[in-house]
Design a protein around this ligand. Structure first.
Ligand SMILES: NC(=O)c1ccc[n+]([C@@H]2O[C@H](COP(=O)([O-])OP(=O)(O)OC[C@H]3O[C@@H](n4cnc5c(N)ncnc54)[C@H](OP(=O)(O)O)[C@@H]3O)[C@@H](O)[C@H]2O)c1
Length: 462
């Protein structure tokens, strides 16, 4: 098999039946896709790339999710791209501002001209002989386009965000009200006075409950099991302040340095280092947690008390970074109901203990399908199985089965599938690893030996 190298190839053959030939094909024009494109342009001049984006605009999840009140849950001032710092606001940014920022970044660097909008990747096949992919994308008008590329950089997110996880509750077909999934939010609906039942109690559920409450709805959150909550300002101050803050910058810890420090901490010791941080948070916000628990909210600190970031690294779910909704829960303005949904009736959600929650609207804030499912769809089920689980450390905690892996599974490094790379994560990871992905591809283009920690062994498929 030829080595996995970048080769300069002419774009598009003379024969229109020939697929266009590129060096790198990025899937997804979100923060990771745009960040990677920036560094590819900067570090690998002359190499050809394009971004296939299923939607009609740049922005990824920030374009997809249009529920009212969507915003970042941490301080954007410290989380913009390094090459284009976020200066518009120093705190929590709303979804529109993030979209403006990422779109302006793409425009200024000419990356927007490389985005093929309305191109949904539907299959990809790898030729070992040629060491190239043949990628087929379907356009909005139903026609198909085929592209040949040496590398696929999948920047479509660590979840399959366009596919919500939708539990099948009996009686759904009898329900007379509206059923909403956060990724398909209807435009300008009227919520004033509506009884809304939100199923789920993590990030999406809190965001949506608070936004609908602000719009005058009578909102009930259904909590099935415990959620870890940290107030965003406390998180920024206690957990991240030494790295990402004005004070950190004043002390000489630039964003670049902070990213490097964060990335250099071995995951094996990170959980132990996080426990005292969350003990401090528990003490500082003791009143807040007492009020939440008094309202009936089931709260946890992670299985080993290591808090938010470890939950994120292990399973990317199970928490809420509080930007305001928790006070509404504590005060009872967002109603809280513990229990498991059993079925729906014409006008209510009924729990397993028989509690009936009258509803005009039901929102499924029940999470998303995994990246593995996305790989099966974007590429093929065989490649998804060859690569195995994407994301997680193998900690043996809930939703992160062992064995211990040592690195984030399959992220930002070569995988068992030649030519296939995964990028994504939170704003900080998206920024940081965009550069290292481009550098890894550059090293291959230059024929530099680039040994890595190891290819991910496959222990878990779908
Ligand atoms: N502003 C932002 O930056 C933002 C906003 C939203 C989401 N996100 C990110 O998106 C990711 C997903 O967050 P998420 O809140 O959408 O999903 P999530 O963390 O996976 O939470 C899903 C919720 O739905 C519940 N649920 C699932 N199936 C259920 C069922 N059959 N019956 C009852 N309840 C059920 C879960 O309960 P159990 O715990 O019992 O399973 C959980 O409370 C996270 O990484 C998050 O950080 C970011």
């Amino acid at each position: 098999m030829p080595p996995e190298t970048l080769t300069q190839t002419p774009g598009g053959g003379a024969d229109p039946a020939e697929p266009e030939r590129l060096d790198v094909l990025i899937i997804g024009a979100g923060l990771s896709g745009i960040g990677s494109a920036h560094y590819l342009q900067e570090r690998c001049p002359g190499k050809t790339y394009a971004i296939l984006e299923a939607r009609e605009a740049i922005g990824g999840t920030w374009d997809l999710f249009r529920y009212p009140g969507i915003r970042s849950d941490s301080d954007m001032h410290t989380l913009g791209y390094r090459f284009r710092p976020w200066t518009a606001a120093k705190s929590i940014a709303d979804g529109e501002s993030i979209l403006d920022y990422v779109r302006a970044t793409a425009r200024e660097a000419g990356i927007d001209t490389k985005v093929r909008f309305g191109h949904r990747v539907i299959k990809s096949s790898w030729s070992s002989e040629e060491a190239r992919w043949t990628v087929t994308a379907e356009r909005a008008d139903g026609t198909e386009v085929t592209i040949s590329a040496a590398f696929i950089m999948n920047c479509s997110g660590y979840y399959r965000y366009d596919e919500g996880f939708t539990p099948e509750f009996p009686g759904l077909e009898d329900f007379a009200g509206s059923v909403i999934h956060p990724q398909h939010w209807p435009e300008e609906p009227e919520y004033e006075g509506k009884r809304v039942v939100v199923i789920g109690s993590n990030n999406s559920a809190h965001d949506i409950c608070a936004a609908l409450w602000e719009h005058g709805a009578d909102v009930t959150m259904v909590q099935r099991s415990s959620t870890h909550v940290v107030r965003s300002d406390t998180l920024m101050e206690i957990a991240l302040g030494d790295l990402y803050s004005e004070q950190a910058v004043a002390a000489g810890v630039s964003t670049e340095k902070a990213d490097m420090i964060f990335a250099s901490l071995p995951y094996r010791i990170l959980a132990g280092l996080q426990v005292p941080v969350y003990e401090q948070i528990r003490e500082r916000d003791a009143d807040f947690y007492a009020r939440l628990e008094a309202a009936g909210f089931q709260h946890d600190w992670g299985e080993d008390g290591s808090g938010l970031f470890m939950k994120y690294l292990r399973r990317a779910s199970g928490y809420y970074i509080d930007v305001g909704a928790s006070e509404l829960v504590a005060s009872g303005q967002i109603k809280l109901q513990a229990g498991q949904v059993d079925h729906l009736t014409r006008d209510a959600v009924v729990l397993a203990d028989g509690t009936e929650l009258p509803a005009d609207v039901v929102v499924y804030a029940t999470g998303y399908e995994s990246m593995n499912g996305a790989v099966a769809d974007l590429i093929s089920p065989e490649v998804a199985d060859r690569v195995g689980k994407v994301w997680g450390l193998g900690s043996g905690t809930a939703k992160d089965p062992g064995p211990w892996e040592g690195e984030e599974r399959n992220m930002w490094r070569p995988t068992q599938q030649p030519g296939l790379w995964f990028h994504g994560g939170n704003l900080h990871q998206s920024r940081h690893y965009s550069l290292y992905l481009a550098l890894q591809l550059k090293a291959r283009a230059e024929g530099i030996d680039t040994p890595v920690y190891g290819l991910q062994e496959v222990h878990h498929t779908h």
